[in-house]
Design a binder for this molecule. Sequence first.
Ligand code: FES
Length: 175
Amino acid sequence: MTVGLIGGYGGFAAIAGRFLYPSKTGDVMWQFVTETAGIEVGEAIRYRGPSGETINITRMANNGDAGDFIALSSTCPHLGCQVRWESQNDRFFCPCHNGVFDPSGKATAGPPAEAGQSLPEYELSVENGLLSIAVPPPQFGEAGGEIVDDDCVSGPGHDPCLAKAPAPGRPDKEA
Ligand code: FES
């Protein structure tokens, strides 16, 4: 009976501990993102993981493996604005305070560079043309990530997602 009680309390403690101290370092799950063929070299997609983190996944090469891609948090380490990939400038840019990051996520200008900050990187894998990412598991609810298609404009201002980009081929205002 003692063994049963210890086992029972031990199991309860393990479950309680998971909720009290849920995010252990290195605790990740693999999630399918998309087919690699759907992302051109120089193009980035935004992905939202099951815990709500948003990630820029950028294709840098076309060798057919995970090294073609880099997955970096899209949340600026300065004050949390959304960082965007600018293929024409070969950089990630944060419009809130002109933060600039090189393609590896290292800050090169603006407040993040002054603070020596970088964009956290996520591990990727490619198998049979399918791209997957290692992300933190959700605290509650079902696991599942999604590609985010929110048309945020990357321009000056403190919340680039407040201003929506006009739909392609549609004028801003009626003539
Ligand atoms: S929030 Fe990105 S530079 Fe300030």
